[in-house]
Design a binder for this molecule. Structure first.
Ligand SMILES: [Zn+2]
Length: 249
């Protein structure tokens, strides 16, 4: 636990230490190292560990042994091969996501990407290229940066993997998924993604790791996965920072 709490502090420390005393990414209280949580905030994070569904990364409440799948993964096998998430989407985890998305808290990226790289270690071992879920260009302009791309960039850099932030694009504007039911979400993002033909060499024939911040119903990453496969991706795994505790598909 101590090892994880340190995150990527060692990189930022030499310069940052004197300019900005390290504060907890959750509450702003004093901590000894940069890119860390204080013990009280740490206890509120629900890190996802085995046992979980090998396909959907959905935690099981008891251990059935390696290789078991959730009822959701059996009833409705996803387009992607495997999903892993660092934490359950609630409490502080959801506030960290909102801070990164709407407040441009890029200082959170090393911490969140560090936890994701740990949760997705097996996926990263197999990945050949890291691709973020893109924002629509209009939204990117308004919001200035794509939080999923920032997480994906940091993860690719840690593992020295190819990073392809411009291959997958949104070809039509979609409504925010917030407040939509599962079927509405699927309809909303159907056909929304495409790999740009002039950039498809980044994914063709390769094992792709698709990165997003949050997994709720899976409609977005499923639509993005299908677009990557249409462009010739050999296989697609998905790594997110946080996922809802139940559901899937
Ligand atoms: Zn704190």
């Amino acid at each position: 636990m101590g090892l994880m709490m340190r995150g990527l502090a060692s990189i930022a420390r030499p310069i940052g230490r004197f300019l900005y005393p390290p504060v907890c990414a959750g509450c702003g209280g004093a901590v000894s190292e940069a890119a860390a949580l204080c013990p009280a905030c740490w206890r509120t994070m629900r890190f996802i560990e085995r046992p979980y569904c090998e396909v959907l990364g959905l935690p099981f409440s008891f251990d059935l042994g390696r290789g078991f799948l959730s009822a959701e993964a059996i009833a409705e096998p996803p387009a992607f091969a495997r999903l892993r998430a660092a934490v359950i989407y609630r409490d502080l985890a959801s506030r960290l996501v909102a801070s990164l998305k709407y407040s441009d808290r890029t200082d959170l990226v090393p911490l969140m990407a560090g936890w994701m790289a740990r949760a997705g270690a097996e996926l990263l071992d197999d990945a050949e290229v890291v691709v973020p879920v893109p924002l629509h260009s209009g939204r990117l302009f308004r919001r200035r940066f794509n939080q999923s791309a920032e997480l994906a960039r940091a993860i690719a850099r840690r593992r020295r993997l190819d990073f392809a932030p411009t291959s997958l694009v949104r070809v039509r504007s979609t409504r925010s998924q917030v407040g939509l039911g599962p079927e509405e979400r699927r309809t909303n993002v159907r056909g929304a993604f495409q790999v740009r033909p002039e950039r498809d060499d980044a994914v063709r024939g390769r094992r792709v790791l698709l990165v997003d911040d949050v997994f709720t119903t899976g409609a977005t990453v499923s639509a993005a996965t299908r677009a990557l496969k249409r462009a010739g991706a050999r296989e697609v795994d998905v790594l997110v920072f946080a996922r809802v505790a139940s559901g899937g598909g």
